[in-house]
Design a binder for this molecule. Structure first.
Ligand SMILES: Nc1ncnc2c1ncn2[C@@H]1O[C@H](COP(=O)(O)OP(=O)(O)OP(=O)(O)O)[C@@H](O)[C@H]1O
Ligand SMILES: [Mg+2]
Length: 264
């Protein structure tokens, strides 16, 4: 099966080689978890490592801000744009929602750079502009399909509300059937520290890593670190050490006490 690598080595390993080509991917997570960074890195790596041009479609930020933020990670988007390998499309969602709006907005960029990857940042912004009575899932489905039929793999960002005990709400579940693969990014509080966890929630037609992994946003971008295997309940927001680990801790404490007692 053809795989599309993110270029983030540990993430590609979690995905058993990468996303399946043309699959619609959703990167879901609460504000500030690093969704934009991950999405940009996927595009930039696609261009620089795998020869796959990409479009970044955003309703979110001003263009200058995106160029600047990317530059801070060492990604020169302007250069890639001059080389016709990248396009930043900043627009208001209502244009995209018009009949034929998707084509009008994207077709010239598609012709110019022959993209294989596209990021949509974010579906929530699209939802905000939806006319009363509009069907968000239908619109999102239409747009994702349009992109797919052009031979482009879409990666859509979905901002979730982080609340204790729940990482994915009913609305999120409603959106999730639209896509083939979901990466969930989540803040977790463990022993008074805020840490970040990533999990592959689903991947149609492929096996994948099921465990949670810790990650960080570094000056070089997204970096996956270890697992959370010594903790249970990280997803629910109430992490606690697993029983075996507690036992090891108790044993260690007991043996330390013993050592201290015998050394005096
Ligand atoms: N150059 C950098 N070096 C290190 N860390 C950075 C850098 N730029 C951003 N970050 C960290 O990454 C975090 C999230 O970035 P990002 O914008 O990708 O998240 P997001 O999920 O898209 O947020 P939002 O929901 O606001 O759109 C920032 O809050 C910051 O902690
Ligand atoms: Mg963002």
């Amino acid at each position: 099966m053809a795989r599309q690598k993110t270029g983030i080595v540990e993430l590609d390993a979690m995905l058993h080689g990468g996303f399946l080509e043309r699959d619609a991917v959703m990167v879901a997570g609460s504000a500030g978890t690093g969704k934009t960074t991950l999405a940009l890195q996927h595009l930039v790596n696609g261009i620089t490592k795998f020869g796959e041009p990409g479009i970044y479609l955003t309703f979110e930020q001003l263009p200058d801000q995106i160029y600047r933020d990317a530059e801070n990670f060492g990604w020169d988007l302007r250069k890639l744009e001059q080389q016709d390998k990248f396009r930043l499309v900043c627009t208001s969602p209502d244009l995209l929602l018009e009949p034929d709006g998707t084509g009008q907005l994207l077709d010239s960029s598609i012709k110019e750079i022959q993209p294989r990857r596209m990021v949509i940042d974010s579906l929530n912004h699209l939802e905000m502009y939806l006319p009363r009575g509009g069907d968000m899932r239908k619109e999102a489905y239409r747009i994702l399909n349009y992109v797919k039929t052009k031979g482009i793999s879409p990666l859509a960002i979905w901002e979730t509300q982080q609340s204790a005990g729940q990482a994915f709400s009913v609305t999120d579940v409603g959106m999730s059937f639209l896509v083939d693969c979901i990466l969930l990014l989540k803040f977790v509080e463990i022993e008074s520290a805020m840490r970040k966890a990533l999990v592959i929630m689903k991947m149609r037609g492929s096996d994948h890593e099921k465990e949670l992994k810790e990650y960080a946003i570094t000056p070089q971008g997204f970096r996956i670190q270890g697992g959370f295997s010594e903790y249970e309940g990280v997803m629910s927001g109430i992490p606690h050490k697993v029983a075996s680990e507690k036992f090891v801790d108790m044993f260690r404490t007991a043996s330390d006490k013993h050592k201290n007692a015998t050394s005096h």
